[in-house]
Design a protein around this ligand. Structure first.
Ligand SMILES: CC(C)(COP(=O)(O)OP(=O)(O)OC[C@H]1O[C@@H](n2cnc3c(N)ncnc32)[C@H](O)[C@@H]1OP(=O)(O)O)[C@@H](O)C(=O)NCCC(=O)NCCS
Length: 158
């Protein structure tokens, strides 16, 4: 069973060991860089399977403040990844299935969740679309590895 938890100092030892394949580093930063970007508004979360931390993501509660054309009551899903040793086991799929309920419980005033995904990252795009995100049709050009699709999920419709 998959669970989502807010990251605490108790998770730090395991989180520090998480990584993706080298060819996936164009899609997410290293865990050191990701953790350095976390703060009171950009909140780290862990994905737990069988009592083990297998993945990670950030929830950006100030996403609308630094993204034009995003409604003020929107969250951002950032740096979503599954550790390379645990990929291909359905953990991303299961996490994205429970994510809307988790967000609605923990951020009840927010009604949308946005993300950007590299146009080359077909596997992640498929996972997000299958989970109920839709492609807004807009592109984000600020990433280091080329344009990214901007996707959104309306939490009221879940
Ligand atoms: C994208 C990512 C999160 C998917 O995680 P995962 O746990 O391996 O994915 P799942 O096992 O849940 O599989 C999701 C789907 O992809 C398919 N899939 C998984 N690995 C695959 C592979 N190597 N080749 C082809 N298809 C694959 C699965 O069959 C599944 O398809 P389905 O929904 O039709 O059954 C993971 O590859 C990852 O962390 N990538 C690097 C970071 C990244 O790109 N993050 C996204 C940033 S926007």
């Amino acid at each position: 069973m998959i669970e989502i938890e807010k990251m605490t100092s108790l998770h730090l030892g395991r989180v520090n060991t998480l990584s993706v394949e080298s060819d996936q580093l164009q899609y997410v930063a290293t865990i050191d860089d990701i953790l350095a970007s976390a703060n009171a508004q950009i909140r780290p979360h862990v994905i737990i399977a069988n009592d083990e931390v297998v993945g990670f993501f950030l929830i950006d509660t100030a996403y609308a403040d630094h993204n034009d054309c995003v409604e003020s009551n929107s969250l951002g899903l950032r740096s979503f990844f599954i550790d390379h040793k645990h990929q291909g086991n359905g953990y991303a799929k299961q996490t994205l299935q429970i994510l809307p309920t988790y967000l609605m419980s923990n951020f009840p005033k927010q009604t949308n969740v946005y993300l950007t995904v590299n146009c080359k990252n077909k596997l992640a795009q498929k996972s997000y679309l299958n989970a109920g995100f839709y492609d807004t049709g807009n592109l984000y050009h600020g990433g280091k590895s080329g344009p990214q699709h901007i996707m959104c999920m309306d939490l009221n419709l879940v």
